[in-house]
Every structure is written in C-alpha cells, then in structure tokens.
Design a protein around this ligand. Sequence first.
Ligand SMILES: Cc1cc2nc3c(=O)[nH]c(=O)nc-3n(C[C@H](O)[C@H](O)[C@H](O)COP(=O)(O)O)c2cc1C
Length: 215
Amino acid sequence: MSKDLSNYRKSYERHELLESNCPENPIELFQTWFLNADNSELVDESNAMTISSIGLDGFPKNRVVLLKKYTWEGFIFYTNYNSEKGKAIADNNNICLSFFWAGLEQQIIIKGKAEILAENLSDGYFESRPDGSKLGAWSSNQSEVVSSRQELDDNLSTFEKKFEGEEILRPKHWGGYLVKPISIEFWQGRPNRMHDRIRYSLQKDFSWKLERLSP
Ligand SMILES: Cc1cc2nc3c(=O)[nH]c(=O)nc-3n(C[C@H](O)[C@H](O)[C@H](O)COP(=O)(O)O)c2cc1C
C-alpha cells in the first residue's frame, strides 16, 4: 500500500511573531500564547503536550501528557515514576516538551531539566483528582506488559475493594515532575514557509537571550 501526500500543503497566515511583541521572560510569552490557545475554539486540549526523553535503549521517545501547572520556575506534569519515561528521566533528566496548536499555526518547544516535584505538591494534586483516577494510578503499572484487558479491570476491582470507605492516598510511585526550562522556542507559521521562530536561551546570570532563527 502507498499514499502520496506530497500535495498536502497549507499556507500559514493567521499571525506573526515579532521581537516587539516578545517580553524579556519567555514564561510571560508562554502565558500569552497559552491563554490565547485555551480561549480559542480552534484548539482542543490546549494543555496536551508532547514530551520526549532519551530512553535506556538510547532512543528518543515522544508521548503526550497533560501540562497541569506552569510557574516562573517551569512546567509540571504527572505520571508514574516507574513508567518507561520515569526510568528514562531517572537516567537522563534532559527532556523536551512541545505544544502544537494546529488551529493557531503555533508550536512551542521547551528544552529543560526534569526534577521530581516536591512530595507535598504531588500529594496536593493527587488529592484533587477524582477517585476513579486515583484508583487508576494504583491499578496500572504503567508501561509494563499486561496479559489482557481483563487483568487491568481485575486490578482496578482489587483496589476498589481495598480502598472502600477509605481515603485513597497517593502511591509513592506516582507524582509530578517540574521541568525547569533552559530554552524555549516559539514558532509561528507564516506564508511561503518564512515562519517566525524566536528562541529564548537561559544565560549563566539567569537572564534570557532572545534570538530569531531562520525558518
Ligand atoms: C491526550 C493525552 C493525555 C495524556 N496525559 C498523560 C499524563 O498526564 N500522564 C501520563 O503519565 N500519561 C498521559 N498520557 C499517556 C501517555 O501518552 C503515555 O501513553 C504514558 O504516559 C506511558 O508512556 P511511557 O510508557 O513512555 O512512560 C496521555 C495521553 C494522551 C493522548
């Protein structure tokens, strides 16, 4: 089977990104773009982002997770620390996050260092989750091979019984990562493939250097 996609082509014409619209701190620009995406009917799941890590097998791997918070310090997501990504990050905490908001013709690429989030913050977030999600965290050894769907459903039933009438506490193998950025690139699609790319790089004195990159 084959399908030729060579005539799939779109002209990006919605917005522009000029230095005059770039604040000194990229988190501020992230906030402007994120709020715009979040309020836009053209974007579904604005907080879905791709994270890539270098695995123990030496290969990069991408997968989507949900951004749950951002602050001046960085970007927070939650997962299972024993998952494939958890093991990869324990070995090499250099990771990359990216957002692609197709409807806005925008991409953001963040390189940074992932750190295990403070336990009290993971506890606080876990506490806020619905019971079903809490039980899911207990029931799934994320990234492990399972024999069948039935095994997963049985695990869930086991934990439903175990915690019946009791508070469901956070399993220690589940929690957040804070990704502290070292560079953030904002990409805005423009006509004729002459896109706007502005990259902020963190400097030794913690200021941000802003550069325009060729598309
Ligand atoms: C829209 C979407 C949101 C997701 N959010 C999360 C998340 O917040 N945390 C998470 O661990 N996995 C999330 N996943 C599942 C991951 O993509 C991935 O399958 C899982 O984390 C296991 O990855 P790993 O085996 O590479 O560790 C999400 C998937 C999708 C498509």
